[in-house]
Design a protein around this ligand. Structure first.
Ligand code: 5AD
Ligand code: SF4
Length: 471
């Protein structure tokens, strides 16, 4: 069901020189799943007559694919919409119509409020409904439309496979959503409300999408899900398949050399998945495993359903299975009730586990989540100080990890031209960008590179001689 709300419509003149095709400007915020959704929207709109443009002023259709995870991300959308409105007004003065769409998680959470706050918006569409975009856009020509109901149909059944040249232009590493939504209800998090309940795509549909990507030259797939390791999709045998089993199947797709998955919950790191890190060479030895806090009292208030000891135990089992594995994580500081001792426990856990990389955030109370209603909210100044201390430690660990790679030989998947002429850029197994002097013809290949140096966020390396290129 969709809601059509009764607001005066800003009428815009028809384009003077009605071109056969129109231009789409799409901007994505937030997580990788949003980036994937933005690609899918672009693919869906291509048969409807839209070509992508990078220039807002040229766009007949503007889509902001939004993120609601923290207040700042959500508020940014309204300042962006202010700019979009100016462009829309200027284009209208020149006789050009512009449709403005708010998609993604702010759309899901905000619904009709968004149109009330910013009248330039023609359509608000939630993350589960964007397969209806062509039809919704037609309806929105007459009056603003809000579509945030969770639909009965599966949007993945309506998505369009892009032409091979489009996939090729997107590069040799691709995202594929395999699972969406979340049933965990961590008390800080909006995701269960914006993305709905956990749903897993059937194995065969994922295999078909991956095979299409591989046929276009994709070598590395990152499987996406808000709770990706809770994947439980229907297999071709009619049984429920786990993520480990799905990974093993995808590793058989010709051309696919590397697999990754994100984001995982510690409680869903089952024995099979841990064993896959030992047994499946395609599975990269790099895992994003958010812990959020190192203090049991805070983990409990966050409703994470595991304690510090359980996290350490999973890390130990992962390292036993795959000694090369490196970890990344997410942390929240200043969750309600977090004492100095609780925060010290987080620093202590970081010291103990050691992370190759991490994201850390100040707690941002989100309307409608239990955390926002909790007592003992932490003052902003305390959050700022804790975030700085945590980031200092995490940065030092990232640097130490990068340094430890100098002198080692890593398999690098070459993805694109490098920063300087004569260089190409790839990714290490640990996702670091690696710059190497080598010919562009090697893009798409995975080759051994000796790491020779570091910059702040990337590595430099030297292609190993021919006889060692067995990877
Ligand atoms: N405040 C701060 N950080 C948050 N995250 C999720 N919700 C919030 C919030 N309300 C962080 C978590 C999560 C990552 C994607 O964003 O660390 O793992
Ligand atoms: Fe942001 Fe979460 Fe929505 Fe991704 S799923 S866009 S991180 S709110």
């Amino acid at each position: 069901m969709t809601e059509t709300i009764d607001l005066p419509v800003e009428t815009a003149a028809e384009p003077q020189n009605a071109a056969p095709r129109r231009k789409l400007f799409i901007k994505s915020y937030g997580c990788q799943m949003n980036a994937y959704d933005a690609q899918k929207m672009t693919d869906l709109l291509a048969p409807a007559g839209f070509d992508e443009t990078q220039t807002l002023d040229d766009a007949d259709l503007v889509i902001l694919n939004t993120c609601h995870i923290r207040e700042r991300a959500a508020e940014k959308i309204f300042s962006e919409l202010g700019k979009v409105r100016e462009v829309k007004d200027a284009r209208r003065a020149g006789g050009l119509a512009t449709q403005v769409v708010v998609a993604g998680c702010v759309a899901q959470a905000g619904g009709g409020e968004i149109v009330r706050r910013q009248k330039a918006v023609d359509l608000v569409v939630g993350p589960q409904n964007y397969h209806r975009l062509p039809e919704l856009l037609r309806r929105a020509e007459a009056m603003p439309v809000i579509d945030t109901e969770f639909p009965v149909e599966d949007k993945f059944d309506f998505l369009v496979t892009p032409p091979r040249r489009v996939t090729q232009a997107r590069g040799v590493a691709a995202f594929v959503t395999v699972q969406e939504g979340c049933d965990k209800f961590c008390t800080f998090c909006v995701v269960p409300y914006t993305r709905g309940a956990e749903v897993s795509r059937p194995v065969e549909k994922i295999v078909a999408e991956v095979a299409d990507l591989a046929a276009a030259g994709v070598r590395e797939i990152t499987l996406l899900g808000q709770n990706v390791n809770a994947y439980h999709g229907e297999g071709p045998d009619g049984r429920v398949w786990s993520l480990a089993k799905l990974c093993a199947r995808l590793a058989e797709v010709p051309g696919i050399a590397r697999l990754r998955y994100t984001t995982s919950h510690p409680n869903d790191m089952d024995g099979d998945l841990i064993a896959a890190h030992r047994d499946l060479p395609a599975l990269m030895p790099y895992l994003h495993l958010p812990v959020q806090s190192g203090a049991d009292a805070i983990l409990s208030r966050m409703n994470r359903k595991h304690d510090r000891a359980a996290y350490r135990d999973i890390v130990r089992r992962l390292r036993d299975a795959c000694p090369d594995i490196a970890l990344s994580s997410d942390f929240i500081v200043g969750f309600p009730g977090e004492s100095d001792a609780d925060f010290a426990a987080t620093l202590d856990l970081v010291q103990e586990v050691t992370f190759a990389s991490a994201f850390s955030f100040k707690y941002s109370p989100r309307p409608g989540t239990p955390g926002a209603e909790m007592d003992e909210q932490v003052p902003e100044a305390v959050k700022v100080a804790r975030l700085a201390a945590l980031q200092e430690l995490l940065d030092a660990q990232r640097l130490a990890f990068n340094r430890s790679l100098v002198g080692r030989t890593l398999a690098v998947l070459f993805e694109k031209k490098g920063r300087h002429v004569g260089q190409i850029a790839g990714r290490s197994p640990y996702l670091q960008p690696v710059q190497v002097e080598a010919p562009e013809a090697l893009i798409g290949r995975i080759l051994p590179v000796e790491i020779t140096g570091l910059a702040s966020n990337s590595l430099f390396g030297r292609l190993m001689p021919e006889e060692t290129q067995r990877l």
